[in-house]
Design a binder for this molecule. Structure first.
Ligand SMILES: C[S@@+](CC[C@H](N)C(=O)[O-])C[C@H]1O[C@@H](n2cnc3c(N)ncnc32)[C@H](O)[C@@H]1O
Length: 266
């Protein structure tokens, strides 16, 4: 695609306006039901701004630095975040790659709006991770996927040989103090193994590490945490308020995730 006067044009003559908030919508058809709502994105932005998930962003940035390929022939490749939300994690990772461009894809226009402002070198695109990704073959040297959907064949196509896919998934003990108390969805015991199986036709695992720490959350942060993710679809706000009021303040909550690095099979 080429960009002139704030309009992106493809070779077939389609054009897409860059919204005044700085993102471009490449979705075909109506937004899908899985898109985070304005309220979910606002809750996520507030929760992340308080630094509660900084250990994840820090571990991700370190793993990206360790596993990213060297530039070949001056070509750095992009850093791409699929289902990147507000751009919090990608912005942190970009600080490790001062000469690269970042591209964040998310199906929610509310997320893309925030992400466009998250870092000067991030471009935000509204697109469906399950569909063909709007990126050229081999365009990316690093792809991030944090608590978000992934289409293994497309992730492999957009990564250049030697590039790296970094996936963050919750572990079964993630938020364990809140699961029963707030009626949260449980993380399956076999989640890491299922992910490895689904990626194995396209990727080989090169590193796996765990990030585990304790967050100290007040009664303002708890509804943000519930409201920013899939639990938001299953909770009524009055019921949630009652349940939060019964918890101690502040409340110690386990943050526990797996970070896995994969290289595309050639
Ligand atoms: C749990 S949030 C994680 C956001 C971000 N990675 C983070 O950790 O802050 C999941 C994100 O995936 C996006 N999403 C859901 N379905 C999607 C799809 N089919 N294609 C692209 N993004 C999608 C949501 O809009 C949301 O921003």
């Amino acid at each position: 695609m080429t960009m002139t006067d704030g309009v992106l044009r493809c070779a077939q003559g389609h054009s897409f306006d860059v919204a005044k908030q700085g993102y471009v919508n490449l979705l075909r058809g109506a937004a899908k039901f899985s898109a985070d709502t304005a309220a979910m994105v606002a809750a996520r932005a507030d929760f992340l701004a308080a630094g509660h998930y900084a250990p994840i962003a820090g571990a991700l940035a370190a793993l990206a630095r360790e596993t990213a390929p060297e530039a070949t022939g001056g070509d750095l490749g992009c850093v791409v975040d699929i289902g990147g939300g507000t751009g919090y994690h990608l912005a942190r990772v970009m600080s490790e790659f001062p000469d690269s461009e970042g591209i964040l894809l998310d199906i929610s226009k509310f997320a893309a709006r925030r992400a466009a402002r998250a870092h000067p070198r991030i471009s935000a695109v509204v697109a469906d991770a399950w569909d063909g990704l709007p990126l050229a073959d081999g365009a990316a040297s690093v792809v991030l996927n944090v608590f978000a959907p992934r289409n293994p064949a497309e992730l492999r196509r957009i990564l250049r040989p030697g590039g790296v896919l970094l996936v963050v998934t919750p572990r079964p003990d993630h938020l364990r103090e809140l699961v029963a108390a707030l009626g949260l969805l449980r993380v399956g015991e076999q989640k890491d193994e299922r992910l490895a199986d689904r990626l194995s036709a396209h990727f080989t695992e090169v590193a796996r590490e765990r990030s585990r720490s304790t967050m100290t959350l007040d009664h303002k942060a708890l509804p943000q945490l519930v409201g920013m993710g899939p639990n938001a679809w299953h909770q009524q706000s009055e019921r949630l308020e009652e349940r939060v009021a019964r918890l101690p303040e502040p409340c110690d909550v386990t943050l526990s995730v797996t970070l896995t690095a994969y290289r595309p099979l050639v």
